[in-house]
Ligand binder design. Structure first.
Ligand SMILES: [Zn+2]
Length: 572
């Protein structure tokens, strides 16, 4: 018999949850842009280590479109960052909700002048301000900024969010916002995962089936899949919106067994402190190796994303007879478009096969619900409780350094296993680095042996860093200072009348930790665009005098304290 004893109780629970989540319909708001809205990203879609907290509205490939307040309110927060949200505005509305507008190019004049005055006062580009309610009032439809590509944006767009009173992002698409979506989600493949000695297709390993669509229903070729014991299901699904090629996320997924609802995943509201659980929601190995998004329709033990309702704890299925059973997966988008996938499983007896050894004989069992460590004479790792999503058989080995690697390569488990929390990794250098000891840092070794900076410093014979990924680690030596040069100015030259200076400030390895630009010995506001290694400064007569010679001194320091100074004389 199938397990379905909790089903009745489960239905009651589900409707209760829906009641609490249902939209009140009282938040009437206008569009945040004047142009037709096309999305390059939607709410809840799976990104690198987070669920997307808003929607990405395309701005026709350019910056400078008007950004409108969606409703009356006041500016409650202004944030400027070299990456992340870039220039962002938060507007508090009388109903307790907040709307968020990110990757902006320019703020409304009065807001912009206020921000600049604080930046000059505090001598910092990055700020995070909370103006009081009376400072900057806005009305519905008023222009509050111009759209841009600032911060960690990979093309001009508006990142837009609506948050509740507890600053939890809500599914914007569930509100009356004018986006056309007639395209249903698309299934690409289905995975079956055996658990606790269970078998799928007479194997102990997960299996993948590519889907085909026939008569509007997805399925796959071949007959029913033999299953024994407990198993879970995963599905590679994307949603698309009208006229756009972008792979977006689904709104909800339902899993049914012989017509009974066994599990549901719904993205109605997110919580910033829980976004990283996306690493447990997806099949992280598939993401790392194939760049595909496979939703697990069961729950890893330490997945606390809070987006699931299951008839059985953990969402596992189990077949205890030798009959055929129907499995159905329904994927919904926020506009009522949906797709269905159907297939059959058949209960079988366990096949007597040898379980493939995925792990070496000396692998160490690490339970997810306790602190774990692995200590050798030249290597240490400490993994705090809650860093793992499930129990693992921890693997470790060494290999010889190559190229720029300053020491042995330590293979810390595998980069296909995700981590929720930071772990402490310590590696002992193979040799002495004398005066360069303070230029040592940890690095991960990628494909083609490329090194990626992971931070850390030398102390007590080890280079130690807090990191959030497993993989191959070594020590790197960084003694190279950043490179600085002007794009539009020569020493002794005349600056264009608009007074804009553009500098490229590039670091080859660890990245820019801090920088300071002085003009005529006064702090100058250089806006840092990290993704483009670009520093932009605008001469402003409020701060600098026009019609004379000026001296620029720009200093940049990388994370290993290698420093570069660039000096130039110019007329403006
Ligand atoms: Zn976004």
């Amino acid at each position: 018999m199938m397990m379905r004893k909790c089903f009745v109780a489960y239905l009651g629970f589900l409707s209760l949850v829906y009641g609490a989540y249902s939209q009140d319909g009282t938040f009437d708001f206008g569009p945040p842009v004047e142009i037709p809205m096309y999305l390059s990203g939607n709410f809840g879609e799976i990104r690198s280590s987070h669920f997307h907290a808003g929607i990405d509205i395309k701005t026709q490939g350019v910056i400078g479109h008007k950004i409108l307040a969606i409703a009356d309110g006041y500016v409650s927060r202004i944030k400027v960052q070299a990456n992340g949200y870039g220039k962002a505005l938060y507007i508090a509305h009388p109903n307790g909700y907040t709307s968020v507008y990110a990757h902006l190019d320019k703020f409304r004049d009065d807001i912009g002048q206020y921000v600049k005055s604080i930046q000059y006062e505090q001598e910092t580009f990055e700020i995070d301000l909370y103006p009081n309610a009376g400072a900057f009032r806005v009305e519905r439809g008023q222009t509050i900024a111009l759209s841009g590509n600032s911060g960690g944006s990979s093309g001009p767009h508006l990142h837009f969010e609506i948050r509740d009173a507890k600053q939890r992002p809500l599914n914007v698409l569930r509100y009356p916002i004018k986006i056309t979506d007639n395209v249903a989600p698309v299934f690409y493949s289905v995975f079956l995962y055996p658990f606790e000695g269970g078998q799928v297709d007479f194997q102990y390993e997960k299996i993948k089936k590519k889907t085909v669509k026939q008569n509007e229903i997805y399925g796959f070729s071949g007959g029913s899949i033999p299953v024994y014991g407990k198993f879970g299901i995963g599905a590679e699904i994307y949603d698309y919106l009208d006229g756009m090629p972008n792979r977006c996320g689904v709104y909800s997924i339902e899993l049914k067994l012989d017509g009974d609802l066994m599990g549901q995943f719904v993205i109605e509201r997110l919580d910033f402190s829980l976004l990283r659980y996306v690493n447990a929601h997806i099949d992280y190995e598939e993401r790392q190796t194939n760049r595909t998004t496979v939703h697990r329709l069961y729950q890893l033990p330490n997945n606390q994303a809070g987006l699931y309702h299951y008839a059985q704890p953990g969402g596992y299925l189990e077949v205890k007879d030798t009959l055929e059973h129907d499995i159905e997966i329904v994927a919904n988008d926020a506009y009522g478009n949906y797709s269905t996938l159907k297939f059959k499983v058949k209960g079988v007896h366990k096949r007597d096969i040898v379980e493939k050894k995925k792990i070496s004989a000396d692998a160490k069992e690490m339970p997810f619900d306790q602190e774990n460590s692995y200590v050798l004479s030249d290597f240490k790792v400490k993994i705090p409780k809650g860093a793992l999503y499930n129990d693992i058989a921890f693997n470790y080995k060494k290999s010889l350094p190559q190229g720029n690697m300053a020491t042995t390569v330590h293979h810390i488990h595998t980069d296909t296993e995700p981590l929720h929390k930071y772990i402490d990794v310590s590696i002992k250098p193979d040799s002495h680095f004398g005066p360069y000891t303070d230029k040592l840092t940890l690095a991960t070794v990628g494909r083609n042996n490329t090194l990626k900076y992971q931070g850390g410093a030398f102390s007590n014979g080890f280079v130690t860093a807090r990191v959030r990924e497993f993989g191959k680690y070594t020590i790197a030596l960084d003694t190279l200072p950043p490179k600085i040069y002007a794009l539009n100015l020569k020493n002794g030259g005349h600056l264009a009348s608009n007074g804009q200076i553009k500098l490229i400030v590039k670091d080859s390895f660890s990245g820019i930790k801090e920088y300071r630009g002085l003009i005529d010995n006064k702090w100058a506001l250089f806006e840092y665009d990290m993704k483009n290694d670009l520093m932009t400064f605008d001469m402003d007569e409020a701060y600098f005098e026009r019609g004379q010679w000026h001296q620029l001194v720009f200093r940049a320091t990388d994370h290993l304290n290698n420093q570069a100074t660039y000096e130039i004389r110019f007329y403006w």
